[in-house]
Design a protein around this ligand. Sequence first.
Ligand code: C2E
Ligand code: MG
Ligand code: MG
Ligand code: MG
Length: 281
Amino acid sequence: RSKNPGGNRITFFSNEMNEQAMARLELESYLRKALQKNEFYLCYQPLVDLATGKTYGSEALIRWNHPKLGLVSPMEFIPLAEETGLIEEIGSWVLRTACMQNKKWQLMGMHDLSISVNVSANQFSQPGFLREVVKALDDSGLEPEYLTLELTESIMLRNIDYSISVMKALQELGVKVSIDDFGTGYSSLSYLKNLPINTLKIDRSFINNLRLNTSDIAIVKAIITMGHGLAVKVVAEGVETKEQIELLKELKCHYAQGYYIHKPLSSDDFEKGLLATPQTS
Ligand code: C2E
Ligand code: MG
Ligand code: MG
Ligand code: MG
């Protein structure tokens, strides 16, 4: 940077830009290069069927390992990717990678394995989104019924009619649709019955504190009952204790995911774990 004889501009900028804004700009510039530099990878967290104890699939969770910053949480960079438009490319990479990986595992013998992929609001709203899903399925050879897309309630807040039409189109392809973090958004129960969904995923904030005689148990019970009534599957995320698993089984929750069962695993560890354990217990 050359010295400005007047000095005003440089001083102005360095005063105005607080550290936070600088850090954000830095993060953004790193994020722009992350795909090209192969800094992303996916972890896979097993999803188990509570009735059988069997792993029926996994949720793909993106990880970003930056050489200088180390591991950056998706809670931090996904919102930034949304704001900057980078989510388009990143989301598309996640979708393709997850479909390919799952197909590979099916070919290794885990024939009925499913994969769940998170889709953020800006990714879902893009006109090319459906085409991208079709392409990821075609290129990987994964059959649509093994793909679940996890959407959040924020998607529905934007343009409900458009969202419903895309969800319907996904289901017509054979892809499954799940509402992630259910219970934290503003969705009204009256429109839930009109939503084309296959799964409700109860937010982990309700599961983390789940104990007998707490208000959370009333909420979780209500969501599970509603799921049964609407003929959709219910998944509990964030299961951290044996007590929680037992309660969820009693409440007839279909599926569970959480640290008590498995943490998110590297693709290698997921593969080793599944091949080592007979999936029938
Ligand atoms: P999510 O989709 O609700 O994913 C579940 C999060 O809960 C994951 O955090 C997972 O590691 C964590 N988790 C699972 N079991 C437990 C548990 O027992 N206890 C606790 N405390 N946490 C548990 P993660 O991987 O940090 O991801 C955070 C969020 O970032 C995700 O929430 C999702 O909204 C977003 N995200 C992650 N990967 C992607 C992606 O590929 N695309 C998009 N658009 N968003 C993603
Ligand atoms: Mg999710
Ligand atoms: Mg969730
Ligand atoms: Mg969540």
